[in-house]
Each structure stands twice: as C-alpha cells, then as structure tokens.
Ligand binder design. Structure first.
Ligand code: PLP
Length: 432
C-alpha cells in the first residue's frame, strides 16, 4: 500500500486514519465520506513556507490554490498558517471572505472574470488580481477608475513551456487558453498597456505551467523564461517587476509507482536559477510566490464508500459497486487518473481479488478505478480510495441528483465535520 504516515491498520484489521477507525467513522458520519488529516495539510504549508523563507529571505510567500479544495474551514486553516489564497471565481472568493480570510492575501485568478466578479474583488479589496487578457484589463481599469481606486494586478504570462502531464492540465504551452504569450510580442504589449492604465497598479507577473508535474526541470526553465522577460520589461519599458508568481503544479503520489516529489529541492533549484539569472541580467530578485494546491491537500485526504454489490460481469471483470462515483470523484472519468484502493474493512487479508470499482451513476464511464487488487470484498465493506484530498470535493457534482458527501477533518481533538452532507431538501432548493 502507498505509505501515508497517518494511515495504519488497527487490531480489528480495519484502516485507521490518524488512529481513528475508518469503519467507525462511516457509521458516525455516513458514506460516501471525504476524510482529511489536518496535520498533513499544515505540515505541507509549513514545509513550503520554510523553504521559501530560507531561499528568499522572507521576500516571498506560499499561496494555496483553493480550487484544489475549497470550503470555509480550509480557508481558516490557510489563514492560520499565514498562507496566501488563490481563488478563481466569485464563489471561491465569497467562501474565503465569509471564512474571514484577509482579502489582502487573496490572488484572484480566472480567464473570464465576469464584471460582477471584478466588482466584488474591488469591493472586498482583494490584494492581487491576476489579469488573463487585455479585455479584462480594460474592464478592471474602468471599474477601478469609477471607484476612485487602483487595482493591484499581476499579468498572467504564458511562458511557452511544455510539460509531461495530462493534456487537460497543461496550461503553460504556447497555445494555452490561459494568459498572454511572450513569444508573439503580446506579453510586452500588455505590460506597456498596463503602464497607461490610470486605475491599475502593476505589481508583477504570474505564470503556471500545469498540474501533477513530477519533474523539476520545467519549473526551472519557466523561472529562466520569466526572468528573461523581466529583463525585457526593464530594458524596453523601464519598469521594475516587483513580484513573480511562479504558480503551482507540483505532483503528488497516487499509487506506489509514483515517486515522492521533493518540493524543497525544487524550491532550492528554482531559487538558484532566479538568483543567478538576476545577477547575469542585472535585475533585482523580485518577491517570489508559489501557488501549490494539490500538493498541500491531495495526500491528506481519502474517500470512504460502502459496497452495495459485487458482480462478476465476466470471468475477468468483477464490479464492486460503491455508493458514490464520478459525482464525488470525476478524475478517473476525466483523466484516467490512477488511485490506490483498499478494503478498509479487511486490511488484514491478502489483496488477491482483481476488481473494478464502479460508481452508482447511470453512465458506463462512472468508474473510480479499473482492475485493482484488493482483499476479498463483500456487501457492506468500506472501500477507501486514497489521496482524494485535491480536486475531488471541489469537483463534485449533483449528476443524477446525487447529493454531495460530507467532509470530516481529523485534527488534534479528533474528527470534526467541516462540510455537512448535502440533503435532498438542499438539492431541490433552487428549483421553482
Ligand atoms: C493558476 C493556478 N495556480 C495554481 C494551481 C494549482 O495547481 P496544483 O494544484 O497542481 O498545485 C492551478 C491549477 O491548475 C492554477 O490554475
């Protein structure tokens, strides 16, 4: 099994999550159930912050990409860890503000922010708006002038870097839908335009090359490209870029095959590159921010389901039907993502059954994982799917009018409900 420090087997042969019996948790909170381990989340924040502090002498910060997992309690945890927060919609922004997260530490992203969302960001006094395109820039400028204020902006740049990850999570390549490319001269034009905007204060640049990236080299090349661009901006426009946000994207382990990514080493290598480039180009090292999401919450979470049926469809295909599916975890359907699956009720038995974990939606593609080895499984057993802390709850849907699961956080004083299970009444609340 994938070794996660907070998982073990108890004397009943059940999966224990930070010492708490997974089967008992499902009796108390129901299934499907997302469970998160607070210490793992906090440790990840601290590890990143320590590394950034070490390499940039306090002139940098870590911003949690809340698209990975957004709810009020997660925002509160990020606030208490003194993290920044990346939001990408009015909904994420509203959640953060309602959780008491300081607007000044929020970075507002998105490639199509609506006028209402921009007004909301200016109203709340969001610390940084990350501008994706020139139409948006014009809109922000106009709203800010009307409000007699200056919006603090970073410009999102497409660095033209290809990475080895799923096509759907690549974002930094030349033809990306995100950001403004450097290559065709649009990047420098955008900065020149910003300079003329009376309602805008230009803080710096942002880039993000993709997600679930396990090599360090693309991050180093990105840093290089961005530093070269900072030099171009200085030479052509006499503007000093004060902040460089390098985005997120650091991969995590989903199965035993995945190697552990050494984030600290990545930060150290990127900082070496940034410092050497700054010396070579005669520019100063900007304030550096990074924006991890998955690597802060991904390995800290898992999903528990109850088995409703076991069916041999053919000699080689056995379906284990669980009471959730791609409504709570769409990642296999979207990207064929691999996961570690275990029978949390029978950890003490040999994993000698090859099964396919099928969701309950009316779609053949509603699969959580295909042909995985688990211990003998019966109706009523609890199945655990590991490393679902990122892009699961936040991607959940109500397809087939299935209600969204609850989220439980295991902290120092034990398990606590941080998101209630959606009820049938809530499901039809908006229906007229
Ligand atoms: C702009 C931006 N920043 C940060 C992230 C976080 O990426 P990850 O969760 O892979 O660290 C994303 C995710 O795609 C993103 O689009």
């Amino acid at each position: 099994m994938l070794d996660l420090e907070y998982l073990s087997q108890n004397d009943k042969g059940h999966l224990a999550i930070n010492g708490y019996d997974a089967v008992e948790l499902t009796s108390e909170f129901g299934t499907p159930l997302y469970v998160m381990n607070e210490e793992t989340i906090r440790n990840a924040c601290r590890e990143y912050k320590k590394a950034i502090d070490k390499h940039y002498g306090g002139k940098g910060n870590v911003i949690f990409a809340s698209k990975a997992m957004c709810c009020k309690e997660i925002c509160r945890i990020m606030d208490s860890e003194k993290m920044g927060l990346d939001v990408v919609s009015g909904g994420e922004l509203y959640t953060a503000i309602e959780a008491g997260f300081p607007a000044s530490r929020i970075y507002f992203h998105g490639n199509n922010k609506s006028p209402e969302e921009i007004k909301m960001a200016l109203e709340y006094g969001v610390g940084s708006i990350v501008v994706d395109n020139l139409d948006e820039l014009e809109m922000i400028n106009n709203f800010a002038i009307n409000k007699n204020t200056k919006a603090q902006v970073l410009i999102r740049i497409t660095p033209g870097i290809e990475v080895h990850t799923h096509d759907y999570v690549k974002t930094g390549q030349v033809d990306s839908k995100f950001g403004i490319p450097i290559e065709n001269g649009e990047g420098i034009n955008a900065i020149a335009t910003v300079q003329r905007c009376k309602g805008i204060e230009f803080k710096g640049l942002h880039c993000h090359i993709g997600s679930q990236i396990t090599e360090e080299e693309p991050f180093i090349r990105t840093a290089e490209v961005m530093m070269d661009f900072i030099k171009t901006i200085k030479d052509k426009l006499s503007i000093t870029v004060r902040e460089l946000n390098l985005g997120g994207g650091f991969g995590i382990r989903y199965t035993e095959k995945d190697k552990k990514v050494d984030y600290v080493n990545y930060i150290s290598k990127v900082s070496e590159k940034i410092k050497s480039k700054a010396r070579q180009l005669g520019v100063s090292v900007p304030y550096i921010s990074i924006e991890p999401g998955r690597s802060i919450v991904g390995e800290a979470g898992l999903t528990l389901y109850q088995v409703g049926g076991v069916k041999a469809a053919s000699k080689s295909k056995v379906y284990v039907s669980i009471d959730g599916g791609f409504t709570d975890n769409p990642r296999y359907a979207l990207y064929k993502s691999e996961y570690t699956v275990i029978n949390a009720s029978k950890m003490n038995r040999i994993e000698d059954q090859k099964v396919t974990i099928a969701g309950k939606c009316c779609e053949s593609g509603d699969i959580i994982q295909e042909d995985v080895m688990i211990s003998p499984v019966n109706v009523g057993d609890v199945i655990a799917v590991l490393c679902t802390g990122a892009y699961n709850y936040s991607m959940a849907s109500n397809y087939n009018r299935i209600t969204k699961p609850a989220v439980v956080m295991i902290g120092k004083s034990g398990p606590r409900l941080i998101v209630k299970r959606q009820t049938l009444e809530e499901l039809i609340q908006q229906d007229m």
